[in-house]
Ligand binder design. Structure first.
Ligand code: SF4
Length: 481
């Protein structure tokens, strides 16, 4: 069936609201959905009462995702009863997983779409207006469309000076706690030239910081090399992430290149070499450990041991000057014993992380770990372990921040501090949060600050000088006439 596009005359003064749950990948998908809606004449609103279209972009990784979604949908039902023209859309991982069940439980939802057909959001909206409620889930991305669509879709970015750039979708791993492979499909890398063109366009618009996004970024390009080999080219089968970092890092105007997330199993020294030799690639590595116990790592199917992890980390620190390292750790994975947890504490202390996202294990329906019910840990014990892990992490976070006191570092301004509007907040290249007193400066301004005081989560600084003014267009508030 041909796509039905919304009639712009119909949507001339219509408003939309996108609510995002979950990770950066979802936030970036939300930017695309917003971009598509704006291309169809919708304007953003912050208020559900004002919205003609409400999109819930869901995530099934976080705890209680279903409860949160159905709770939000319950609240929206009242609105829909008051305003039958309101259209409600549910997309993202939970939609991919639950499919028809969403409209069965919440009959007032107009459109359910998945992770592989984000680009069809507005077509589905228009069709639902004519045909009634629709659920459309694609089992997997259509290869050529998936490779092309991130660059082809309009995007409404949340910040003017920084942008996410998808380099790959899906994941070929099978970590026992993770639902991503079943809702995002197998790995598909975008072509280097498309990524390069997107970054050049962003730089021309005044963007100075890009974050390369993927579920397993350092295996980027393996599939491209394989496809090239299969079509008769004489290429080595290997990831191309290091080359990608170098080429994106060379784009004029891009001052900072970040990436998330890599997998320790697939991390190779050439990536560290590329980070070290490309000045715009920031000295920050997010390196998810998950557990320090080899037994638990094997049960998680992570594909590395604690020793191997620490060896790679040492290599990274030897290669990249002044590297900041952050991580993810899960406490209480099914079957985790006191000895396993002691190993995690030991590795966390040895790794001296700058910061860590620490999680208490909670089962996600559809994952292998959710079926290991008999091995679930005692919640009280897990709570105690979690607190002990936080103590170790916070000790190294504070020590790392204290070691920076006295240094002069460049910070990109994010905006006024939430607590005190006379204080600005920004980030260093190592992704450290810095607060400093200043007259108002636009987000995206680069300044140098002298770091004067360290805390666990942030540093206090003193403004030294402005080093770069933002070039991006400032968005003007749209007033009704
Ligand atoms: S690497 Fe593991 S944790 Fe990361 S997305 Fe893939 S399966 Fe999930």
């Amino acid at each position: 069936m041909a796509d039905v596009s919304p009639n712009h005359q119909d949507t001339g003064d219509k408003r939309y609201l996108v609510r995002t749950y979950g990770c950066q990948m979802n936030e970036h998908d939300s930017e695309r959905i917003s971009g598509l809606l704006e291309a169809d004449g919708y304007r953003a609103t912050e208020s559900v009462d004002d919205a003609d279209v409400i999109v819930l972009n869901t995530c099934c990784i976080r705890e209680n995702a279903d409860n949160k979604l159905y709770g939000a949908l319950g609240n929206l039902k009242v609105l829909k009863e008051r305003n039958p023209d309101l259209q409600i859309m549910v997309g993202g991982c939970l939609a991919q997983k639950d499919r028809d069940a969403i409209q069965q439980r919440a009959g007032h939802v107009d459109v359910v779409f998945g992770t592989h057909n984000v680009h069809r959001a507005t077509s589905l909206l228009a069709r639902a207006r004519i045909d009634g409620p629709i659920t459309e889930i694609w089992e997997e991305a259509v290869l050529e469309e998936a490779r092309a669509f991130p660059s082809a879709l309009p995007v409404r970015r949340e910040t003017d000076y920084a942008a996410w750039v998808t380099i790959q979708i899906g994941c070929d791993n099978s970590c026992a706690f993770c639902i991503v492979p079943s809702v995002r499909g197998t790995e598909i890398s975008r072509q280097v030239v498309d990524i390069q063109t997107e970054v050049e366009r962003l730089a021309a618009e005044g963007v100075t910081e890009v974050t390369l996004l993927g579920q397993n970024v350092n295996s980027y390009g393996r599939d491209l090399a394989l496809a090239a080999r299969q079509s008769g080219e004489d290429v080595r089968l290997r990831p191309m992430f290091a080359e990608l970092l170098r080429s994106v890092g060379a784009v004029e105007g891009i001052r900072r290149v970040r990436y998330t997330s890599p997998h320790p199993k697939d991390m190779t020294p050439d990536v560290f070499d590329a980070m070290a030799s490309t000045p715009s690639v920031v000295p920050h590595l997010h390196f998810p450990l998950q557990s320090g116990s080899d037994r638990v790592l094997a049960a998680m199917h992570r594909g590395y041991t604690a020793d191997r992890y620490l060896q790679k980390l040492a290599r990274a620190r030897d290669t990249i000057t002044d590297l900041a390292v952050t991580t993810d750790i899960i406490v209480g994975f099914p079957g985790e014993t006191d000895d396993d947890f002691a190993a995690t504490l030991e590795v966390a202390a040895a790794a001296e992380f700058d910061a860590a996202f620490t999680f208490v294990f909670s089962p996600r329906e559809g994952t292998e770990a959710a079926t290991m019910v008999e091995q679930f840990c005692d919640p009280e014990q897990v709570k105690d372990r979690y607190a002990r892990l936080r103590t170790v992490i916070e000790r190294s976070s504070l020590a790392k921040n204290q070691a920076r006191v006295g240094a002069i570092e460049e910070v990109v301004v994010e905006g006024p501090s939430k607590k005190n509007p006379e204080v600005l907040t920004g980030r260093t290249a190592q992704n450290k949060l810095v607060h400093f007193a200043s007259d108002p400066l636009k987000a995206g301004t680069y300044v140098t600050t002298r770091l004067v005081e360290a805390h666990t989560q942030y540093l206090m600084g003193e403004l030294v000088e402005v080093t770069h003014q933002p070039r991006h267009r400032t968005r003007l508030a749209v007033t009704a006439v």
